[in-house]
Design a protein around this ligand. Structure first.
Ligand code: HEM
Length: 147
């Protein structure tokens, strides 16, 4: 079934339609990507426990993450949240972000057409780098004594 611009749930339907054509992505594929990805994250020995301690009801988290990827990948403006404070203070370093990206790349390749996978991976890499910087900046530092 084809989708017309007027049926697209987006603050910028024309732009969203163009991205959908160029990348082969749509809300259905992003939903599959997000659900498969967090299935892997929850089963992962390094990342799983960090999420398990903080998320008891996965339904709302998955919905929020689909809205986030809809905003980031399709420019729909569906996500209204603040990712940085959600990550500052987590017990993570670059190895955790690297593992997150490995699972994300793998899942994107499994659930999206090649152009769509490249589109979301490029954005995930950029956001992971900036979240990592925010997390590192907020870590308490011990200033070496000169005495
Ligand atoms: C070390 C890797 C990561 C870990 C351990 C992690 C962990 C978490 C946790 C535990 C939450 C839930 C926070 C809460 O509800 O209290 C969360 C939320 C979220 N994460 Fe991550 N995350 C990671 C990387 C990323 C990356 C790379 C992205 C984006 C590409 C991302 C995007 C988000 C978003 C959008 C939310 C929802 C924030 C909100 O609106 O409340 N995360 N993350």
């Amino acid at each position: 079934m084809s989708t017309t611009v007027s049926q697209i749930n987006s603050a910028r339907p024309q732009m969203t339609a163009e991205i959908m054509v160029r990348t082969g992505l749509d809300e259905e594929k992003l939903t599959e990507l997000v659900h498969c990805f967090y299935g892997k994250v929850r089963a992962d020995s390094a990342l799983g426990p960090i999420f398990a301690e903080r998320i008891s009801d996965w339904g709302p988290h998955l919905e929020r993450m689909v809205a986030f990827w809809s905003s980031v990948a399709l420019m729909t403006g569906r996500y209204h949240g603040a990712p940085v404070p959600a990550h500052v203070g987590l017990p993570v370093d670059w190895d955790h972000f690297d593992r997150w990206l490995t699972l994300f790349r793998e899942t994107a390749a499994e659930t999206c057409p090649p152009e769509g996978a490249a589109h979301v991976i490029e954005r995930a890499e950029r956001i992971a780098r900036s979240l990592h910087m925010a997390v590192e900046d907020a870590k308490p530092r011990t200033i070496p004594s000169l005495l």
